[in-house]
Design a protein. Structure first.
Length: 180
C-alpha cells in the first residue's frame, strides 16, 4: 500500500526554522507583474524551493494583501522580499555582487531551458520574470547575462507567468540539491 502522507508526516520547517535555514543562492525578480494571484504563487514556489529572496519591481503588488496571501498561503511570512521602483540598478548591483542574471524571455538569443549549465559551487542566480502581457522590459534584457526560454510544442507560445516560474525555479534549483 502507498499511504498518502499527512501534514505532520511531511516534517515541514517552521517559519523560524525556514528563516534561519541556508537558502539556495537564487533571487527572483518580478518586473511589473499585475496579478496578485501570480505574485502569491511566486512566494509559495520560492518558499517550496528555499530561495534567497524575491524583489518586486515597478507596479508589482506587495504584501500584505489578502489576494496575495490567498495564493501564497503564508509564504509572504517566510520568503524575504523587497520592492524597487526601478529594477535596472537592482540587477546591475546584483551583477556586481557576482550574480548571473537570466531574463526568462523569448529573445533572438535566448537559450532553451534544457541547455542550462550552472556550477552550484560558484554560481549565484538572479531570475527576472516579466509582465503577463509585455514580458520582461527590454532595458532589463539588455543588462542580463542570458535569456532563457521554456521549450513549448503546442499552438500557444507562452505560459502563465506563475507556471513558467515553477518550471524555471525547479530547473535552476536542481543543480544545488547535492551541494547542501
Amino acid at each position: 500500500m502507498n499511504k498518502k502522507l499527512s501534514l505532520q508526516d511531511l516534517n515541514r520547517l517552521s517559519v523560524d526554522a525556514f528563516k534561519a535555514a541556508d537558502k539556495h543562492p537564487i533571487i527572483v525578480i518580478l518586473d511589473n507583474i499585475r496579478s496578485m494571484h501570480n505574485v502569491g504563487a511566486f512566494f509559495r514556489t520560492a518558499d517550496a524551493f528555499k530561495l534567497e529572496k524575491i524583489i518586486l519591481g515597478g507596479f508589482t503588488p506587495q504584501p500584505p494583501h489578502r489576494d496575495i496571501h490567498k495564493t501564497a498561503i503564508g509564504a509572504t511570512d517566510t520568503v524575504k522580499w523587497e520592492h524597487a521602483k526601478d529594477l535596472l540598478p537592482v540587477i546591475e548591483g546584483l551583477k556586481k555582487d557576482g550574480y548571473v542574471s537570466y531574463a526568462i524571455e523569448q529573445t533572438e538569443q535566448s537559450m532553451s531551458l534544457e541547455h542550462l549549465d550552472i556550477n552550484p559551487e560558484t554560481d549565484k542566480i538572479c531570475l527576472i520574470f516579466g509582465n503577463e502581457v509585455g514580458g520582461v522590459d527590454q532595458r532589463l534584457i539588455d543588462v542580463c547575462d542570458y535569456s532563457i526560454e521554456i521549450p513549448q510544442f503546442g499552438t500557444k507560445h507562452s505560459l502563465n507567468v506563475s507556471v513558467c516560474a515553477g518550471i524555471c525555479m525547479w530547473e535552476f534549483t536542481k543543480p544545488y540539491l547535492n551541494e547542501k
